[in-house]
Design a protein around this ligand. Structure first.
Ligand code: BES
Ligand code: MN
Ligand code: ZN
Length: 502
């Protein structure tokens, strides 16, 4: 799908469809007004029939518009003019894409740049939200079926009309960012949606290594295998992988801009359990298939590295994909085992299904060698987080108020929602053990998301750290089954803000 930015003469454009906005009680947007005048008030005359009210989600297609070359005009309802925001703008675009697809439209012009969804950088956000929603709503899972046939979308050319010439520059910047973020989202989703017999820890490592081939100037990749992990003392991480014939691999993707004076080092660590059966503390079989998505944190890091390289961000970013598979077998680690982590702290295993924190605690210790200023881990860590926040909001934990604020700000900018939960020292007493420094589950059945974060906090004292629990937000179930790509947009925005872009 190709996107263009243009300051066009709407009525003269040869296209399948022009999309324009109307508001409640049939108020016209600037673009609608313009085309209404061109067409001798064809639009207002049709609106008098009351076939569309202008409520959010309303759509109406017009044909044979006098003095307009486009084959169609699609009116989209945008509700009350001053009540529009990014979230309902995305819904409106979603609706429009559904209509375009039903009509098998190939070529479209969106003329919606006059809508207001942001106070400061409106054009930037209009273009970005528009492109990302179109890409989101035309995304198809790569099927593995005997027909070798994939669902396709007809839409292949989208022109974004910018009414005011002066806005063209910001629109171009936005288009560039949006394309990079969209590539990041699609890469993350594609990786996450793969079945676990294909996407195992080695596969993740191979995909990571390909990033160096694609961006040889900016990205280098180091893959740590199980023997090297043992030498490093990463026994918590190694133990989680013991039960599987698919050995663990930790991929370390290093991005930096050539000749960049910027010294800020940011590390992103993604939980990459390509399958989490629970191990000896095996999970119930219903819904176990969803545990192929237990690598969505790693996939989000992978995607975010792609956006950094595409935009040549002035930062140093260390992206770690902590790949591992948690399986039961005669070689598997057990409840009762005491493991020595890379940090030297020992952990008594009470439940082998609390494996994410074991893989992460050693990755969090490993990352110290890069002296990062900021470390963010991203993990489908606890079912308890889904209970606490549901499927719309990811959990945020941090040992630094400023970092917490910056992440929250990025989340508000992108509508990729997160909410802070406390890392209170009170909870540490749940993590004591009669034999080791820590236990891996906590001894009560309450506040599971917080206990897990408090476990990780024991390994993150050396830097500013945040933990994103994406257990509820990383994928959708049932008929919409598939990865969401979250929190890729949030991470991308956080990095853009760190780079002093928008
Ligand atoms: N990957 C799961 C968390 C999870 C469960 C994410 C369901 C999304 C949906 C994680 O490894 C896990 O199993 N956590 C346990 C921890 C418990 C044993 C302390 C959980 O949440 O039940
Ligand atoms: Mn588990
Ligand atoms: Zn898990």
């Amino acid at each position: 799908m190709n996107f263009f930015i243009k300051n066009s003469i709407l009525e003269k454009e040869q296209t399948d469809c022009i999309v324009i906005a109307i508001f409640e009680s049939c108020q016209l947007s600037d673009s609608a007004n313009y085309l209404d005048k061109c067409s001798n008030h064809y639009i207002t005359s049709l609106l008098q029939l009351n076939d569309i009210q202008g409520k959010i989600g309303d759509t109406l297609i017009l044909y044979n518009i006098p003095n307009v070359i486009s084959k169609r005009i699609l009116l989209i309802g945008c509700g009350k003019k001053n009540e529009l925001n990014k979230s309902n703008f995305k819904k409106i675009i979603k609706n429009s894409v559904e209509v375009l697809n039903k009509c098998s439209i190939k070529n479209v012009i969106y003329s919606v740049s006059e809508l207001i969804i942001d106070i400061q950088d409106n054009i930037y956000w209009i273009v970005r939200c528009l492109l990302l929603s179109i890409r989101e709503n035309t995304y198809k899972i790569c099927k593995i079926n005997s027909f070798k046939k994939n669902d396709v979308h007809h839409l292949y050319q989208v022109t974004i009309n910018i009414l005011i010439e002066h806005d063209l520059y910001n629109a171009q910047v936005s288009l560039k960012h949006a394309l990079a973020i969209s590539d990041a989202l699609i890469s993350a989703k594609n990786l996450s949606n793969l079945p676990p017999n294909i996407c195992n820890p080695l596969y993740l490592a191979n995909e990571a290594q390909k990033l160096h081939e694609k961006y040889p100037q900016n990205i280098t990749v180091e893959v740590i295998n199980v023997e090297e992990m043992k030498k490093l003392g990463m026994h918590a991480y190694v133990s989680v992988g013991n039960g599987s014939k698919n050995k663990p691999f930790m991929s370390v993707v290093k991005y930096s801009r050539k000749n960049s004076a910027d010294k800020k080092i940011i590390a992103l660590i993604g939980k990459g359990l390509t399958f989490d059966s629970g191990g000896i503390s095996i999970k119930p079989s219903a819904n176990m298939n969803y545990m192929k998505y237990d690598m969505c944190g790693a996939a989000a890091v992978y995607g975010t590295m792609i956006m950094a390289a595409e935009l040549n961000l002035p930062l140093t970013i260390i992206g770690i994909l902590s790949g591992c598979e948690n399986m039961p077998s005669g070689q598997a680690f057990r409840p009762g085992d005491v493991l020595t982590t890379m940090s030297g702290k020992t952990v008594e295993i009470l439940n082998t299904d609390a494996e994410g924190r074991l893989v992460l605690c050693d990755s969090l210790t490993y990352v110290r060698r890069f002296s990062p200023d900021i470390v963010i881990d991203i993990a489908t860590l606890t079912g308890a987080c889904v209970t606490a926040l549901g499927k719309s909001i990811s959990g945020l934990f941090s040992n630094n108020k400023n970092l917490e604020k910056q992440l929250y700000h990025a989340s508000q900018q992108t509508d990729d929602k997160i909410w802070s939960l406390p890392l209170d020292p009170e909870y540490q007493k749940e993590l004591t053990s009669h034999i080791a420094d820590l236990n891996n589950t906590g001894t009560s059945s309450q506040a599971g998301a917080i206990i897990a974060a408090c476990f990780l906090a024991n390994f993150t004292k050396q830097y500013k750290w945040a933990h994103l629990d994406i257990a509820g937000t990383a994928w959708r179930s049932n008929k919409d089954k598939g990865a969401t790509g979250r929190p890729v947009e949030l991470l991308c925005q956080f990095l853009l803000n760190q780079s002093n872009f928008y």
